[in-house]
Every structure is written in C-alpha cells, then in structure tokens.
Design a protein around this ligand. Structure first.
Ligand code: DGL
Length: 276
C-alpha cells in the first residue's frame, strides 16, 4: 500500500491527547488516525524524565508496528522529554506539541509576557522557556506547574467552584504582571479552558489569548506532511472522503468512553484494549 494511505500515529498518557486528536480530525479529515492512550500508566506528569522517555518509546514502538507514516506526541510531558529521542530513532516525521504553540504565542503576544501552565515534568524540563526564547530571546515567561488540573479535567469538573478556587491558587501571583497570552501546556487543560480564562482575566483585569496545543500542532503536521508529499490527498489513488479513527488504550477503565467523549467527538471511532 502506498505510504500516503498509511495512518498517522498519535499518543498520550491517557485521554488528554484526544484534544489533539480532535484538532487533527478537523484539520486532516481524510487521514486515518491511530491513537494510543497509555491509560494503564497515566499520569506521566509527575514521573522522572527516564520513565517518561521509556513509556514514550514503548508507545511509539506500538504505533510504528502499525506502519504509521508519522508520529504525533500528543502529550506535553512526553514531548518535553522524548521528542529528540524519537526523532533520532525513526525516519518518519515526528512532531511534539510544544514548538508550534510556542511559535504562535510569541507571534501574538503584544506585551511579550507569556504564562505557561503544565505538569510538573513539563515545567521542570523548561521546554517552553527554551521554545519561546528561541522565537524571541527577550520574551518573559511565567511558568506554573498545576498538577491538580489533570484529575479535575478527567472528572469533567469544568464548571465547579472548587476547580475555580484551585485555578485561582495556581494563577494568583500573575496579578501584577503584563501577561497577555496564556499557553495551556498540557493536553488535558483545554477542558478547563473557560474557567482558566475567566480566572486569569479576572486577576489581570483584561482579556487574554488562551492557546491550546492541538490546533497549532495539527497545522504544523499538515504542513510537514504536505512538504513530504505524504498527505492522503497527494496519493495516486482516489481517497475515501473521511479517514477512520482508531482509539487504543492500555487499560479500559469503567466509564472510559464517557470520559473520552469529553475530550473528543468520538462518533464513528473504534475503541480497542491493547497491551504494550
Ligand atoms: N496530557 C499530558 C500532558 O500533556 C499530561 C497528563 C499526565 O500527567 O499524564 O502533559
């Protein structure tokens, strides 16, 4: 089979990466998407660099064996620790979720002061600091680890006062800054976007750009695949109008599909349990 018709592999520690899958589904409707959520080992956010790297290698191996034509690391923590390793190891295109949203943030921020929320691992790696400073050396960055937000997103607590209070505790010292752009540096956080935006705008007394990593990563992948002539639409055969979505999980917890639907419009998706 021609390489253009091979699936795109996407992975995350669990359901968070489904927010990226959503963006890929919109931007690349003709492509077949193979998703792996490592639900048996979530969360990655508090683990060491070595462990995150090892998990990312195992997830990638699973997808590579499915003959994917490209790999998307739909997890900020795994992008922070494993992107370079995976790029070295595989000859297919590999992208993470950090660089493209950092590029967008540097471009739209007028004050050149950007806040980044992420897991402990992502913040400790300083990947956003490096990615943003590569765009503009003088940019000012306020990075905050927000470990309680992943379980709140998984619970679907996107409008509870307790979630608002937790977000407030994480963001309150941004009060006297000139931040005008906030990056949701964890693929779970788009579920709490409304609340995060409300709390941050309340603190700062002005409107903010709140960016999540899915849409810019999907656009970056589209550009990369087009450059390499790998899009379905660049293949020689007639393509099916809509690619399929396969969702694989390493554990199938109770109520998983319900949680997944908060992150992703799962209509037509096929769910499968796998072992790595
Ligand atoms: N979705 C992952 C990320 O973007 C975080 C969830 C986790 O801690 O596993 O960093």
């Amino acid at each position: 089979v021609e390489e253009n018709f091979a699936p795109i592999g996407v992975f995350d520690s669990g359901v968070g990466g489904l927010t990226v899958l959503n963006a890929l589904r919109h931007v690349l409707p003709e492509e077949t998407l193979f998703y792996l959520g490592d639900t048996a080992r979530v969360p990655y956010g508090n683990r060491s660099a070595e462990t995150v790297c090892q998990y990312a290698l195992q997830a990638s191996r699973f997808l590579i064996e499915k003959d994917v034509k490209a790999l998307v690391i739909a997890c900020n923590t795994a992008s922070a620790y494993a992107l370079e390793r995976l790029k070295e190891k595989y000859s297919i295109p590999v992208i993470g979720v950090i660089d493209s949203v950092a590029h967008r943030a540097a471009k739209i921020s007028q004050t050149q002061e950007v806040a980044v929320l992420g897991t402990r691992g992502t913040i400790r790696s300083e990947s956003y600091v490096k990615a943003l400073q590569k765009e503009k050396a003088s940019i000012k960055i306020h990075a905050r680890a927000c470990p309680l937000l992943v379980p709140l997103a998984e619970e679907g607590w996107s409008d509870k006062s307790v979630s608002e209070e937790i977000i407030y505790q994480y963001l309150k010292d941004l009060k006297n800054t000139d931040v005008d752009t906030l990056i949701l540096g964890c693929t779970h956080y788009p579920l709490l976007k409304g609340l995060i935006q409300k709390v941050a705008e309340g603190l700062l007394g002005r409107s903010l750009f709140v960016l999540d990593s899915g849409p810019p990563a999907a656009e970056a992948l589209k550009t990369l695949l087009r450059t390499k002539g790998l899009l379905v639409s660049q293949g020689s055969q007639a393509a099916c109008p809509r690619g399929k979505t396969h969702i694989h999980v390493t554990d199938y917890p109770e109520g998983f599909e319900e949680t997944a639907k908060r992150f992703f419009d799962a209509a037509g998706a096929v769910f499968t349990h796998v072992d790595l």
